[in-house]
Design a binder for this molecule. Sequence first.
Ligand code: C2O
Ligand code: CU
Ligand code: CU
Length: 468
Amino acid sequence: MTLSGSLVALSSPHETYTASVARARPNTDGTNPGVLVNISKLPKTVEVNITAAVTSLSVLPGVTSEAFAYNGQVPGPTLDVHEGDRVIVHFRNDLPEPTTVHWHGIHLPFESDGSPFHPIKPGETHTYDFTVRPGTAGTYWYHPHPDHRTGFAIGKGLFGGIIVRAADDPLPASIPDRLIILSDNRFLQDGAIDFPDPASHHGGIDEENGREGPVLFVNGHVMPTLTIRSGEVQRWRLVNASAGRIYRLALSGHSFLQVGSDGGLFEKPVERKDILLTTGERVELLVRGTDAPGAKSILQNLPYDRYAPQTRPADWQTTRDLLTLETTSEPAVTPVAIPTLLRKIIPLDTGKVTAVRTVVFGQGMINGKLMDMARVDVTTKVGATEIWEIENIVGMDHPFHLHGFQFQVLDRDGVPEPYRAWKDMLNIPKHSTARIIVRYDDYPGKWMFHCHILDHEDHGMMGVLEVK
Ligand code: C2O
Ligand code: CU
Ligand code: CU
Protein backbone atom coordinates (compact mmCIF):
# COMPACT_ATOMS: atom_id res chain seq x y z
CA MET A 1 0.00 0.00 0.00
CA THR A 2 1.23 3.44 -0.77
CA LEU A 3 1.21 5.81 2.15
CA SER A 4 -0.06 8.92 0.50
CA GLY A 5 -3.58 8.32 -0.49
CA SER A 6 -4.27 4.95 0.99
CA LEU A 7 -6.96 5.00 3.62
CA VAL A 8 -5.29 2.90 6.25
CA ALA A 9 -6.89 2.65 9.66
CA LEU A 10 -4.32 3.85 12.16
CA SER A 11 -6.15 2.98 15.31
CA SER A 12 -9.33 1.16 15.95
CA PRO A 13 -11.04 0.17 19.15
CA HIS A 14 -11.77 -3.17 17.49
CA GLU A 15 -8.45 -4.31 16.21
CA THR A 16 -9.38 -7.93 16.74
CA TYR A 17 -11.89 -7.67 13.92
CA THR A 18 -9.49 -5.87 11.63
CA ALA A 19 -6.75 -8.37 12.29
CA SER A 20 -9.01 -11.30 11.57
CA VAL A 21 -10.18 -9.97 8.21
CA ALA A 22 -9.27 -12.59 5.67
CA ARG A 23 -8.34 -12.09 2.05
CA ALA A 24 -11.33 -12.53 -0.18
CA ARG A 25 -10.28 -14.40 -3.33
CA PRO A 26 -6.98 -15.69 -4.60
CA ASN A 27 -6.51 -13.03 -7.25
CA THR A 28 -6.64 -10.06 -4.92
CA ASP A 29 -4.63 -6.89 -4.83
CA GLY A 30 -3.57 -4.39 -2.21
CA THR A 31 -6.89 -2.57 -2.37
CA ASN A 32 -9.19 -5.50 -1.64
CA PRO A 33 -11.24 -4.72 1.50
CA GLY A 34 -11.19 -8.38 2.60
CA VAL A 35 -14.26 -10.26 3.80
CA LEU A 36 -16.22 -10.38 7.04
CA VAL A 37 -15.18 -13.53 8.90
CA ASN A 38 -17.91 -16.14 9.16
CA ILE A 39 -18.03 -17.29 12.79
CA SER A 40 -20.82 -19.83 12.24
CA LYS A 41 -20.15 -23.56 12.10
CA LEU A 42 -23.57 -24.24 10.61
CA PRO A 43 -24.03 -25.03 6.93
CA LYS A 44 -25.58 -22.29 4.77
CA THR A 45 -25.17 -19.79 7.57
CA VAL A 46 -23.01 -16.68 7.54
CA GLU A 47 -22.68 -15.08 10.96
CA VAL A 48 -20.53 -11.97 11.26
CA ASN A 49 -19.68 -9.16 13.66
CA ILE A 50 -19.75 -5.55 12.53
CA THR A 51 -18.93 -2.59 14.73
CA ALA A 52 -19.23 1.00 13.60
CA ALA A 53 -16.82 3.26 15.47
CA VAL A 54 -14.78 6.42 15.22
CA THR A 55 -11.38 5.82 13.73
CA SER A 56 -8.41 7.75 12.47
CA LEU A 57 -7.24 7.59 8.87
CA SER A 58 -4.10 8.67 7.10
CA VAL A 59 -5.11 10.36 3.86
CA LEU A 60 -3.25 13.65 3.54
CA PRO A 61 0.47 13.69 4.30
CA GLY A 62 1.36 14.69 7.87
CA VAL A 63 -2.17 14.85 9.27
CA THR A 64 -4.83 12.35 10.23
CA SER A 65 -8.53 12.43 9.49
CA GLU A 66 -11.18 11.50 11.99
CA ALA A 67 -13.48 9.07 10.27
CA PHE A 68 -16.17 6.49 10.96
CA ALA A 69 -15.39 2.91 10.02
CA TYR A 70 -16.91 -0.54 9.97
CA ASN A 71 -14.52 -2.86 11.84
CA GLY A 72 -11.85 -0.19 11.66
CA GLN A 73 -11.55 0.03 7.89
CA VAL A 74 -12.79 2.12 4.96
CA PRO A 75 -14.43 0.56 3.02
CA GLY A 76 -15.72 -1.97 5.55
CA PRO A 77 -15.01 -5.66 4.98
CA THR A 78 -17.13 -7.33 2.30
CA LEU A 79 -20.15 -9.42 3.19
CA ASP A 80 -19.52 -12.43 0.96
CA VAL A 81 -22.44 -14.88 0.86
CA HIS A 82 -24.26 -17.39 -1.33
CA GLU A 83 -27.87 -17.51 -2.44
CA GLY A 84 -29.85 -19.40 0.20
CA ASP A 85 -27.53 -18.46 3.06
CA ARG A 86 -28.97 -17.27 6.31
CA VAL A 87 -27.11 -14.09 7.26
CA ILE A 88 -26.81 -13.08 10.90
CA VAL A 89 -25.08 -9.79 11.61
CA HIS A 90 -24.23 -8.86 15.17
CA PHE A 91 -23.97 -5.13 14.90
CA ARG A 92 -22.67 -2.77 17.54
CA ASN A 93 -22.95 1.01 17.36
CA ASP A 94 -19.88 2.57 18.97
CA LEU A 95 -20.49 5.87 17.18
CA PRO A 96 -21.45 9.02 19.06
CA GLU A 97 -24.75 9.15 17.10
CA PRO A 98 -27.63 6.85 16.10
CA THR A 99 -27.13 4.74 13.02
CA THR A 100 -28.52 1.76 11.09
CA VAL A 101 -27.07 -0.73 8.64
CA HIS A 102 -29.02 -0.77 5.37
CA TRP A 103 -28.39 -3.70 3.00
CA HIS A 104 -28.82 -1.72 -0.20
CA GLY A 105 -30.63 -3.73 -2.89
CA ILE A 106 -31.17 -6.90 -0.86
CA HIS A 107 -34.67 -8.40 -0.84
CA LEU A 108 -35.26 -8.99 2.89
CA PRO A 109 -37.76 -8.52 5.72
CA PHE A 110 -38.60 -4.93 6.65
CA GLU A 111 -37.27 -5.35 10.21
CA SER A 112 -33.80 -6.09 8.80
CA ASP A 113 -33.76 -3.34 6.14
CA GLY A 114 -31.88 -0.92 8.39
CA SER A 115 -34.07 1.96 7.23
CA PRO A 116 -34.61 5.16 9.26
CA PHE A 117 -37.52 3.35 10.98
CA HIS A 118 -35.09 1.23 13.02
CA PRO A 119 -32.34 3.41 14.46
CA ILE A 120 -29.70 1.94 16.76
CA LYS A 121 -28.59 4.28 19.53
CA PRO A 122 -24.96 4.85 20.53
CA GLY A 123 -23.71 1.93 22.61
CA GLU A 124 -26.54 -0.35 21.46
CA THR A 125 -26.32 -3.62 19.62
CA HIS A 126 -28.71 -5.09 17.07
CA THR A 127 -28.88 -8.39 15.23
CA TYR A 128 -29.84 -8.29 11.56
CA ASP A 129 -31.15 -11.64 10.38
CA PHE A 130 -32.23 -12.49 6.84
CA THR A 131 -31.99 -15.23 4.26
CA VAL A 132 -30.54 -14.41 0.85
CA ARG A 133 -33.17 -15.37 -1.72
CA PRO A 134 -32.35 -17.67 -4.63
CA GLY A 135 -32.00 -15.81 -7.93
CA THR A 136 -30.57 -12.68 -6.31
CA ALA A 137 -26.85 -13.30 -6.90
CA GLY A 138 -25.20 -9.96 -7.57
CA THR A 139 -23.28 -7.05 -6.13
CA TYR A 140 -24.82 -4.94 -3.39
CA TRP A 141 -23.54 -2.73 -0.60
CA TYR A 142 -24.21 -1.79 2.99
CA HIS A 143 -24.32 1.65 4.53
CA PRO A 144 -25.98 3.65 7.33
CA HIS A 145 -29.46 5.10 6.78
CA PRO A 146 -30.19 7.30 9.81
CA ASP A 147 -32.84 9.98 9.36
CA HIS A 148 -31.25 13.14 7.88
CA ARG A 149 -27.66 11.91 8.52
CA THR A 150 -26.99 9.35 5.79
CA GLY A 151 -24.75 11.63 3.71
CA PHE A 152 -22.71 12.58 6.75
CA ALA A 153 -22.28 8.98 7.95
CA ILE A 154 -21.32 7.59 4.53
CA GLY A 155 -19.02 10.58 3.92
CA LYS A 156 -17.31 9.82 7.22
CA GLY A 157 -16.41 6.35 5.87
CA LEU A 158 -19.27 3.95 6.54
CA PHE A 159 -19.78 1.79 3.47
CA GLY A 160 -18.92 -1.75 2.46
CA GLY A 161 -19.59 -4.21 -0.35
CA ILE A 162 -21.87 -7.22 -0.49
CA ILE A 163 -21.33 -10.07 -2.92
CA VAL A 164 -24.09 -12.64 -3.31
CA ARG A 165 -22.81 -15.65 -5.21
CA ALA A 166 -24.94 -18.09 -7.20
CA ALA A 167 -24.61 -21.84 -6.90
CA ASP A 168 -24.71 -22.05 -10.70
CA ASP A 169 -22.85 -18.93 -11.84
CA PRO A 170 -22.66 -19.12 -15.65
CA LEU A 171 -19.31 -17.34 -15.83
CA PRO A 172 -16.30 -19.67 -15.74
CA ALA A 173 -15.03 -20.12 -12.17
CA SER A 174 -11.49 -19.42 -13.39
CA ILE A 175 -12.33 -15.73 -13.93
CA PRO A 176 -10.90 -13.66 -11.07
CA ASP A 177 -13.40 -11.52 -9.25
CA ARG A 178 -12.61 -7.96 -8.15
CA LEU A 179 -14.76 -5.70 -6.01
CA ILE A 180 -14.14 -2.04 -6.83
CA ILE A 181 -15.87 0.49 -4.58
CA LEU A 182 -15.69 4.08 -5.81
CA SER A 183 -16.00 7.03 -3.45
CA ASP A 184 -14.89 10.62 -3.32
CA ASN A 185 -14.18 12.95 -0.45
CA ARG A 186 -13.06 16.42 0.49
CA PHE A 187 -10.66 17.31 3.30
CA LEU A 188 -9.64 20.43 5.17
CA GLN A 189 -5.95 21.24 5.57
CA ASP A 190 -5.88 19.85 9.12
CA GLY A 191 -7.09 16.52 7.72
CA ALA A 192 -10.71 16.83 8.85
CA ILE A 193 -13.32 15.57 6.41
CA ASP A 194 -14.97 18.72 5.07
CA PHE A 195 -18.64 19.04 5.98
CA PRO A 196 -19.28 22.77 5.64
CA ASP A 197 -21.89 24.68 7.61
CA PRO A 198 -25.15 24.19 5.67
CA ALA A 199 -25.71 27.95 5.84
CA SER A 200 -22.37 28.69 4.13
CA HIS A 201 -21.89 29.13 0.39
CA HIS A 202 -20.14 25.78 0.07
CA GLY A 203 -22.78 24.13 2.24
CA GLY A 204 -25.42 25.42 -0.15
CA ILE A 205 -23.56 24.04 -3.18
CA ASP A 206 -23.29 20.64 -1.48
CA GLU A 207 -26.99 20.65 -0.71
CA GLU A 208 -27.79 21.41 -4.33
CA ASN A 209 -25.27 19.13 -6.09
CA GLY A 210 -24.73 16.46 -3.50
CA ARG A 211 -21.39 16.67 -1.73
CA GLU A 212 -18.48 16.00 -4.08
CA GLY A 213 -14.79 15.92 -3.28
CA PRO A 214 -11.61 16.21 -5.34
CA VAL A 215 -10.04 13.06 -3.88
CA LEU A 216 -11.22 9.98 -5.77
CA PHE A 217 -10.86 6.67 -3.97
CA VAL A 218 -10.84 3.10 -5.24
CA ASN A 219 -11.46 0.83 -2.25
CA GLY A 220 -10.10 3.63 -0.06
CA HIS A 221 -6.93 4.07 -2.15
CA VAL A 222 -5.97 6.89 -4.46
CA MET A 223 -4.94 5.81 -7.96
CA PRO A 224 -3.96 2.22 -7.10
CA THR A 225 -2.45 -0.18 -9.62
CA LEU A 226 -4.27 -3.40 -10.38
CA THR A 227 -2.75 -6.10 -12.53
CA ILE A 228 -4.00 -8.34 -15.31
CA ARG A 229 -2.32 -11.00 -17.38
CA SER A 230 -2.24 -10.87 -21.15
CA GLY A 231 -5.28 -12.80 -22.33
CA GLU A 232 -6.84 -12.91 -18.89
CA VAL A 233 -10.49 -12.00 -18.35
CA GLN A 234 -11.44 -10.38 -15.02
CA ARG A 235 -14.84 -9.76 -13.52
CA TRP A 236 -15.08 -6.30 -11.98
CA ARG A 237 -17.92 -5.55 -9.61
CA LEU A 238 -18.17 -1.77 -9.33
CA VAL A 239 -20.09 0.04 -6.61
CA ASN A 240 -20.68 3.79 -6.52
CA ALA A 241 -20.62 4.83 -2.86
CA SER A 242 -20.31 8.56 -3.64
CA ALA A 243 -22.88 10.99 -2.27
CA GLY A 244 -23.47 12.85 -5.50
CA ARG A 245 -20.85 11.98 -8.11
CA ILE A 246 -22.11 10.09 -11.14
CA TYR A 247 -19.25 8.30 -12.89
CA ARG A 248 -18.82 7.80 -16.61
CA LEU A 249 -16.15 5.13 -16.68
CA ALA A 250 -13.84 4.19 -19.51
CA LEU A 251 -10.67 2.12 -19.63
CA SER A 252 -8.19 3.54 -22.13
CA GLY A 253 -7.63 1.23 -25.09
CA HIS A 254 -10.35 -1.16 -23.94
CA SER A 255 -14.05 -1.70 -24.09
CA PHE A 256 -16.04 -3.44 -21.39
CA LEU A 257 -18.29 -6.42 -21.67
CA GLN A 258 -21.06 -5.52 -19.25
CA VAL A 259 -22.57 -8.67 -17.80
CA GLY A 260 -24.74 -7.31 -15.01
CA SER A 261 -26.25 -4.52 -13.00
CA ASP A 262 -27.75 -3.92 -9.56
CA GLY A 263 -29.70 -7.18 -9.19
CA GLY A 264 -27.18 -9.48 -10.89
CA LEU A 265 -26.40 -10.77 -14.35
CA PHE A 266 -28.06 -9.72 -17.59
CA GLU A 267 -29.45 -12.28 -19.99
CA LYS A 268 -26.63 -11.53 -22.44
CA PRO A 269 -23.36 -9.61 -22.20
CA VAL A 270 -23.40 -6.11 -23.71
CA GLU A 271 -20.31 -4.50 -25.27
CA ARG A 272 -19.70 -0.95 -24.00
CA LYS A 273 -17.14 1.79 -24.59
CA ASP A 274 -18.09 3.57 -21.39
CA ILE A 275 -20.38 2.98 -18.45
CA LEU A 276 -22.56 5.44 -16.59
CA LEU A 277 -22.62 4.53 -12.90
CA THR A 278 -25.06 6.59 -10.90
CA THR A 279 -24.96 6.97 -7.12
CA GLY A 280 -25.71 3.74 -5.26
CA GLU A 281 -25.62 1.78 -8.51
CA ARG A 282 -23.55 -1.32 -9.32
CA VAL A 283 -22.29 -2.86 -12.55
CA GLU A 284 -20.53 -6.11 -13.34
CA LEU A 285 -18.03 -5.86 -16.17
CA LEU A 286 -15.66 -8.24 -17.85
CA VAL A 287 -12.30 -6.62 -18.50
CA ARG A 288 -10.14 -8.36 -21.08
CA GLY A 289 -6.37 -8.29 -20.90
CA THR A 290 -5.79 -7.46 -24.55
CA ASP A 291 -2.50 -5.60 -24.04
CA ALA A 292 1.10 -6.74 -24.25
CA PRO A 293 3.07 -7.35 -21.04
CA GLY A 294 4.10 -4.12 -19.31
CA ALA A 295 1.33 -2.04 -20.89
CA LYS A 296 -0.67 0.31 -18.69
CA SER A 297 -4.27 1.39 -19.11
CA ILE A 298 -6.08 3.94 -17.01
CA LEU A 299 -9.59 3.63 -15.70
CA GLN A 300 -10.94 7.16 -16.07
CA ASN A 301 -13.93 9.15 -14.99
CA LEU A 302 -15.12 11.04 -18.06
CA PRO A 303 -17.12 14.27 -17.84
CA TYR A 304 -20.83 13.86 -17.35
CA ASP A 305 -23.11 16.82 -16.94
CA ARG A 306 -25.60 15.91 -14.25
CA TYR A 307 -25.65 19.46 -12.89
CA ALA A 308 -27.91 22.45 -12.89
CA PRO A 309 -26.16 25.36 -14.65
CA GLN A 310 -26.15 27.58 -11.53
CA THR A 311 -24.11 25.13 -9.44
CA ARG A 312 -22.21 23.17 -12.10
CA PRO A 313 -18.58 22.93 -10.90
CA ALA A 314 -16.13 24.97 -12.98
CA ASP A 315 -13.97 21.89 -13.63
CA TRP A 316 -16.80 19.50 -14.50
CA GLN A 317 -15.32 18.79 -17.93
CA THR A 318 -12.06 17.46 -16.49
CA THR A 319 -11.36 13.79 -17.04
CA ARG A 320 -10.07 12.22 -13.81
CA ASP A 321 -7.93 9.10 -13.38
CA LEU A 322 -9.13 6.39 -11.00
CA LEU A 323 -6.72 3.47 -11.27
CA THR A 324 -3.96 1.95 -13.38
CA LEU A 325 -4.39 -1.48 -14.90
CA GLU A 326 -0.98 -2.94 -15.63
CA THR A 327 -0.40 -6.01 -17.76
CA THR A 328 2.02 -8.32 -16.00
CA SER A 329 5.04 -9.91 -17.64
CA GLU A 330 3.72 -13.44 -17.06
CA PRO A 331 3.16 -15.49 -20.22
CA ALA A 332 -0.15 -14.82 -21.91
CA VAL A 333 -3.08 -17.08 -21.14
CA THR A 334 -5.70 -18.26 -23.59
CA PRO A 335 -8.83 -16.18 -23.07
CA VAL A 336 -11.75 -18.13 -21.60
CA ALA A 337 -14.95 -18.38 -23.60
CA ILE A 338 -17.79 -16.24 -22.25
CA PRO A 339 -21.25 -17.77 -22.48
CA THR A 340 -23.59 -15.85 -24.76
CA LEU A 341 -26.60 -16.60 -22.55
CA LEU A 342 -26.00 -15.80 -18.89
CA ARG A 343 -29.45 -16.48 -17.48
CA LYS A 344 -33.13 -16.01 -18.18
CA ILE A 345 -34.84 -12.96 -16.73
CA ILE A 346 -38.61 -13.39 -16.81
CA PRO A 347 -40.26 -10.08 -17.67
CA LEU A 348 -42.70 -8.83 -15.04
CA ASP A 349 -46.20 -9.09 -16.49
CA THR A 350 -47.66 -5.72 -17.54
CA GLY A 351 -51.03 -7.49 -17.80
CA LYS A 352 -51.05 -7.94 -14.02
CA VAL A 353 -50.49 -4.29 -13.20
CA THR A 354 -53.02 -3.05 -10.63
CA ALA A 355 -51.80 0.52 -10.24
CA VAL A 356 -49.70 3.12 -11.99
CA ARG A 357 -47.90 5.44 -9.59
CA THR A 358 -46.45 8.79 -10.46
CA VAL A 359 -43.28 10.01 -8.83
CA VAL A 360 -42.29 13.56 -9.70
CA PHE A 361 -38.80 14.64 -8.77
CA GLY A 362 -38.98 18.39 -8.29
CA GLN A 363 -36.77 20.90 -6.57
CA GLY A 364 -35.74 18.93 -3.45
CA MET A 365 -39.11 17.22 -3.18
CA ILE A 366 -41.04 14.22 -4.40
CA ASN A 367 -44.58 14.93 -5.62
CA GLY A 368 -44.25 18.35 -4.02
CA LYS A 369 -43.67 16.92 -0.54
CA LEU A 370 -40.79 16.58 1.85
CA MET A 371 -40.17 13.25 3.58
CA ASP A 372 -42.30 12.65 6.67
CA MET A 373 -41.69 9.46 8.65
CA ALA A 374 -45.24 9.66 10.00
CA ARG A 375 -46.78 9.71 6.52
CA VAL A 376 -47.30 6.84 4.09
CA ASP A 377 -47.07 8.01 0.50
CA VAL A 378 -48.05 4.85 -1.35
CA THR A 379 -50.06 1.91 0.01
CA THR A 380 -50.18 -1.44 -1.72
CA LYS A 381 -50.37 -5.21 -1.14
CA VAL A 382 -47.85 -8.03 -1.01
CA GLY A 383 -47.69 -9.68 -4.44
CA ALA A 384 -49.09 -6.70 -6.36
CA THR A 385 -47.47 -5.63 -9.63
CA GLU A 386 -47.29 -1.91 -10.35
CA ILE A 387 -45.82 0.55 -12.81
CA TRP A 388 -44.06 3.62 -11.50
CA GLU A 389 -43.69 6.56 -13.81
CA ILE A 390 -40.77 8.61 -12.52
CA GLU A 391 -40.52 12.08 -13.92
CA ASN A 392 -37.71 14.53 -13.33
CA ILE A 393 -39.04 18.02 -13.95
CA VAL A 394 -35.90 19.93 -12.98
CA GLY A 395 -32.58 20.72 -14.62
CA MET A 396 -30.37 18.23 -12.80
CA ASP A 397 -30.23 14.43 -12.60
CA HIS A 398 -31.85 12.58 -9.70
CA PRO A 399 -31.04 8.87 -9.19
CA PHE A 400 -34.15 6.91 -8.10
CA HIS A 401 -33.83 4.12 -5.53
CA LEU A 402 -36.41 1.72 -4.11
CA HIS A 403 -35.79 -0.39 -1.01
CA GLY A 404 -36.64 -4.07 -0.69
CA PHE A 405 -37.68 -4.92 -4.25
CA GLN A 406 -35.80 -5.09 -7.52
CA PHE A 407 -37.58 -3.61 -10.53
CA GLN A 408 -37.33 -3.75 -14.32
CA VAL A 409 -37.12 -0.69 -16.55
CA LEU A 410 -39.87 -0.57 -19.19
CA ASP A 411 -38.85 2.56 -21.06
CA ARG A 412 -37.01 5.84 -20.80
CA ASP A 413 -38.62 8.87 -22.45
CA GLY A 414 -40.84 6.41 -24.29
CA VAL A 415 -37.94 4.40 -25.71
CA PRO A 416 -38.33 0.73 -24.73
CA GLU A 417 -35.44 -0.58 -22.64
CA PRO A 418 -33.23 -2.58 -25.05
CA TYR A 419 -32.65 -5.48 -22.64
CA ARG A 420 -33.90 -6.76 -19.32
CA ALA A 421 -32.13 -6.31 -16.00
CA TRP A 422 -32.99 -6.28 -12.31
CA LYS A 423 -32.43 -2.82 -10.88
CA ASP A 424 -32.79 -0.93 -7.63
CA MET A 425 -31.12 2.27 -8.89
CA LEU A 426 -32.12 4.23 -11.94
CA ASN A 427 -30.67 7.57 -12.92
CA ILE A 428 -33.41 9.94 -14.07
CA PRO A 429 -31.62 12.56 -16.16
CA LYS A 430 -32.78 16.18 -16.06
CA HIS A 431 -36.15 16.73 -17.73
CA SER A 432 -36.79 13.08 -18.50
CA THR A 433 -39.19 10.30 -17.55
CA ALA A 434 -38.69 6.59 -17.02
CA ARG A 435 -41.22 3.84 -16.38
CA ILE A 436 -40.40 0.86 -14.21
CA ILE A 437 -42.37 -2.25 -13.26
CA VAL A 438 -42.12 -3.84 -9.82
CA ARG A 439 -43.75 -6.72 -7.95
CA TYR A 440 -43.82 -6.55 -4.15
CA ASP A 441 -42.95 -10.15 -3.40
CA ASP A 442 -42.81 -11.73 0.04
CA TYR A 443 -42.28 -8.90 2.45
CA PRO A 444 -44.80 -6.45 3.94
CA GLY A 445 -43.45 -3.34 5.61
CA LYS A 446 -42.66 0.30 5.12
CA TRP A 447 -40.10 0.76 2.38
CA MET A 448 -38.27 3.90 1.44
CA PHE A 449 -38.04 5.26 -2.07
CA HIS A 450 -35.78 8.22 -2.62
CA CYS A 451 -33.28 10.16 -4.59
CA HIS A 452 -29.86 8.60 -3.93
CA ILE A 453 -28.00 11.89 -3.99
CA LEU A 454 -27.45 11.68 -0.27
CA ASP A 455 -27.83 15.40 0.40
CA HIS A 456 -31.18 15.36 -1.42
CA GLU A 457 -32.33 12.27 0.47
CA ASP A 458 -31.31 13.80 3.82
CA HIS A 459 -33.14 17.02 3.01
CA GLY A 460 -36.40 15.24 2.30
CA MET A 461 -36.37 13.76 -1.24
CA MET A 462 -37.75 10.51 0.10
CA GLY A 463 -41.11 8.80 0.47
CA VAL A 464 -42.62 5.77 2.16
CA LEU A 465 -44.20 2.81 0.37
CA GLU A 466 -46.28 0.63 2.66
CA VAL A 467 -46.76 -2.94 1.51
CA LYS A 468 -49.52 -4.64 3.51
CU1 C2O B 1 -28.45 3.05 -0.58
CU2 C2O B 1 -32.12 4.07 0.95
O1 C2O B 1 -30.28 3.57 0.22
CU1 CU C 1 -31.40 0.96 -0.34
CU1 CU D 1 -31.81 14.25 -6.14
